[in-house]
Ligand binder design. Structure first.
Ligand SMILES: [Zn+2]
Length: 416
């Protein structure tokens, strides 16, 4: 099951003895650790399973308590986005991956070597490209979310390797009719390493299931179908991008295969069934991550884009921009000026849904690197930054569709 994950590698050392590295755990990636100088170790990022894509690393250091190590990734020229390393800052966990902070030392990049230092205070620590969000963690969250009476979790299919594809259906009175409600589909984690999309989804769902008045309005006026991890095999492998077939799932939406790309096959199937059964469908979003210099942004269409099925008036591009600007109003580090696109490539989720159903469809990318806006422009992205965008998307959907809090629930909310 864990094929493709680097094996434990203990190093014979002449100095600072007993420092060892491993990445043979869920979402782990990095191998060939070698001592290359005083307290300095080199490593390489391994390609995705059945593919050549690579960018993500996640490994464990043992025996380094009290030491400052220089850790170097020496093959960034083989990664998908070499320019990413100019802006990247690793994260470190000293509690086995439960909580994370950015490395406490320096970072530098001279292609192809990305180098950083960290002073370790615990015997074992984990180091990663960005805050990991694993398949196991997602399963625990699905269990928690589905305890809410307005959330029904089910499995829409399995990945290539048989992992469940979860769908959360969230609305008030989930057993009742949904005619007249706003129909929403949101997916995340098509690309295995794009953990920021998971945190955006996580923040979105936590807000949606909260007792905030806007959340009550959303559950009352809309029905949400959420697929929070489309590519669990890639996540488990420690892939950067692809599924277990070595396919980029966000290039398969117009040619899905139940054997090679079942993850997208089942999502497109259940959306098609949802619509044919007469359920409402108005809005689609796909949460990703961006490796670029800039923080969060969203693709939104140029004015020439007008899906034939979109309801009149023909203001598709303007409507998308309105929604994106609302997200920016609730999450100031989200950048609404980036991502203008006239692309009509239906291999991609957003375009496929936009063209096939005439719904408002957004691809939202949350950044791995710096917060370039607001009062702390040199700060790096935190989990809270990503979760804030999820909350902002929920608030934006409520405002865009004018969903109001039912009077009876206002009373109930005010008095409990
Ligand atoms: Zn992506």
């Amino acid at each position: 099951l864990l094929a493709g994950i680097a094996a434990v590698l203990a190093l014979p050392l002449s100095s600072s003895a007993e420092v060892t590295f491993r990445s043979d755990f869920e979402s782990g990636n990095a191998t060939a650790f070698t001592l290359s100088g005083t307290n300095q170790y080199d490593t390489r990022i391994e390609p995705d399973y059945n593919s050549t894509d690579r960018q993500w690393y996640y490994f464990e250091v043992s025996g380094a308590a009290g030491q400052t190590l220089t850790l170097r990734i020496v093959n960034t020229n083989q990664t998908n986005v070499p320019s990413h390393w100019t802006y990247a800052r690793p994260v470190v966990s000293e509690d086995g991956g439960q909580t994370w902070v950015h490395n406490n030392g320096t970072i530098s990049f001279t292609s192809p070597i990305y180098s950083f230092t960290n002073t370790f205070t615990t015997d074992t620590a984990r180091v990663a490209f960005h805050y990991p969000y694993t398949w196991t963690h997602l399963q625990g969250r699905v269990h928690e979310w589905s305890a809410h009476p307005d959330c029904v979790a089910d499995v829409i299919g399995q990945s290539v390797q048989g992992r469940d594809l979860y769908r959360l259906r969230i609305t008030d009175n989930p057993g009742g009719p949904d005619a007249g409600k706003i129909g929403v589909w949101i997916i995340s984690r098509q690309h295995a390493a794009e953990v920021t999309g998971s945190y955006v989804m996580d923040g979105f769902i936590d807000f949606l299931l909260s007792e905030e008045p806007e959340a009550l309005a959303l559950r009352h006026g809309a029905v949400f179908n959420l697929v929070p991890m489309v590519n669990p095999d890639g996540v488990v492998f420690g892939n950067y991008r692809d599924n277990a077939s070595g396919l980029d799932l966000n290039r398969q939406w117009n040619s899905t295969s139940p054997s090679a790309s079942p993850e997208v096959y089942y999502v497109t199937l259940v959306i098609s069934q949802w619509v044919s059964q007469g359920h409402p469908y108005h809005f689609f979003a796909d949460f990703h991550s961006t490796s670029g210099e800039f923080p969060h942004y969203s693709y939104h269409p140029t004015s020439s884009v007008q899906p034939p099925l979109y309801p009149t008036p023909a203001t598709y591009a303007a409507d998308c921009l309105t929604l994106v600007q609302l997200v920016n109003s609730y999450a100031p580090h989200f950048n609404p000026t980036l991502g203008l696109s006239g692309d009509l490539d239906t291999r991609l989720s957003r375009q496929n849904q936009m063209m096939a159903y005439g719904v408002l469809a957004l691809l939202l990318e949350a950044g791995y690197s710096r917060v370039n806006y607001g009062p702390t422009p040199t700060a790096y992205m935190t989990v809270d930054h990503h979760r804030e965008v999820g909350r902002a998307v929920a608030l934006s959907i409520r405002e865009y569709y004018g969903l109001t809090i039912p009077a009876a629930e206002v009373v109930g909310w005010m008095y409990h």
